[in-house]
Ligand binder design. Structure first.
Ligand SMILES: Cc1cc2nc3c(=O)[nH]c(=O)nc-3n(C[C@H](O)[C@H](O)[C@H](O)COP(=O)(O)OP(=O)(O)OC[C@H]3O[C@@H](n4cnc5c(N)ncnc54)[C@H](O)[C@@H]3O)c2cc1C
Length: 365
């Protein structure tokens, strides 16, 4: 049976970042991906925003890895000429109750280490975004956008240049602990022995851990919260990212620009029981109502159905936001097996900080 030092299961942005990090540290790494290419699931169905780290709870993994990850990501993009722009973001309060929340965001952001946030009055808001209606706003200059596909392609190239290997169209079906390592069986029956296995399968992480033989009492339930995006048919009226006050499960139906200048609105939050990326357009009036609170001139006819993405959640509907969960062999109760759960937003931003964390954890053994 073939023997491998490290197997990373899943080639989304976080899996690729971890694989690259371990290869750079001299480990012999194989990535196993069930799809025909890298980044075909959550990593290509998101807002492509580099978050600054405002919303996340004190001392959370999200707060730490988002703030550090944004720094690393801007530096990575700069040194490799990967398209990204630090265009800044406005979080807009549309009434005086919401204004209180902006103060709370400012305090939370500062506790998380986001140092450049500024509260704006209506005149200052109008100077930055004349089309946006609001009684106040929080300006986050360090928020930006990135071409996430170019980023993933770069991670993969650096991984391969450092002797990493990747196989596609190969799903990991099961795993079994042996005295020589974890025996992995692929969907086609092929078997492989690995010293270290890192489960970075996003929406499938709980299921994959169960199949690897991870102690079931340690595996969090992964729940799904789908988000829809509408693209805006007219020229963008905004030069910055524009966000409303966040909800518990998402950041509110916000306006983001991609690197080509295309404006899109979304995502909303729809809790679903099975993985399904279909787009139910019956919510268009809800979208329109939500957007008009901060962009009153919107014409609903300018909203065109775009795409959906699904957040892997480790909390249920109505509960406070969960944190990223990283389990080492101590927590999985399986020698050599690491697992990441609930890697929703800001996982793209945090990817290079998460990979450094995993690099330290794996290499200390
Ligand atoms: C709607 C939405 C908006 C978001 N917006 C942002 C944003 O603006 N900024 C930000 O920082 N983050 C954002 N995120 C979060 C970010 O997209 C994710 O955190 C990130 O993409 C997760 O990457 P991943 O590698 O963990 O998972 P994924 O990209 O889901 O990759 C997992 C991979 O595992 C593979 N796989 C699954 N099962 C198996 C198996 N058995 N064998 C082999 N391979 C398997 C899958 O095919 C997939 O390729 C958003 C997320 C969503 C849903």
């Amino acid at each position: 049976m073939d023997k491998q030092d490290v197997v990373v299961i899943g080639a989304g942005v976080v899996g690729l970042a971890i694989a690259r990090e371990l290869a750079l540290r001299g480990r012999d790494v194989l990535v196993i991906e069930k799809a025909i290419s890298f980044g075909t699931e959550t990593s290509s169905r998101n807002s492509e925003v580099i978050h600054s780290g405002i919303y996340y709870a004190d001392s959370s993994v999200k707060a730490r890895t988002c703030v550090q990850g944004a720094l690393k990501l801007y530096e990575y993009c700069k040194t490799r000429s990967i398209p990204c722009r630090r265009i800044g973001k406005l979080i807009v309060a549309t009434d005086h109750d919401e204004e209180q929340t902006l103060g709370a965001y400012l305090a939370q952001g500062e506790r998380n280490g986001v140092e450049d946030l500024v509260l704006l009055d209506p005149l200052e808001l109008a100077e930055r975004e004349p089309e946006v209606h609001g009684v106040a706003a929080l300006w986050s200059p360090n928020t930006g956008i990135i071409d996430s596909h170019s980023f993933m392609f770069s991670l993969l190239s650096e991984f391969e240049k450092n002797n990493g290997q990747i196989v596609y169209k190969t799903g990991v079906a099961s795993g079994k602990g042996t005295s020589a390592g974890t025996e992995l069986t692929m969907l086609d029956g092929y078997k492989l022995l690995a010293n270290t296995v890192v489960n970075v399968t996003g929406l499938y992480a709980s299921d994959v851990s169960a199949k690897l033989g991870v102690d079931s009492s340690t595996i969090p339930v992964t729940r799904y919260a789908r988000g829809r995006y509408y693209s805006y048919a007219a020229k963008s009226p905004f030069n910055h990212l524009v966000y409303p006050i966040a909800s518990k499960a998402g950041l509110g139906i916000h306006a983001t620009l991609d690197m080509a200048g295309q404006l899109r609105f979304g995502p909303d939050v729809e809790w679903i029981n099975r993985l399904d990326y279909s787009f139910d357009g019956s919510v268009i009036d809800d979208f329109s109502t939500a957007i008009k609170l901060y962009f009153p001139p919107l014409k609903t006819s300018d909203l065109q159905e775009g795409y959906t993405g699904i957040r892997p959640k480790v909390v249920g509907e109505g509960e406070d936001a969960g944190d990223f969960i990283i389990h080492t062999p101590e927590q999985t109760n399986c020698p050599g097996i690491y697992a990441l759960y609930g890697i929703e937003s800001p996982g793209l931003t945090a990817s290079l900080a998460l990979s450094e964390l995993l690099g330290d954890m794996v290499c200390q053994y």
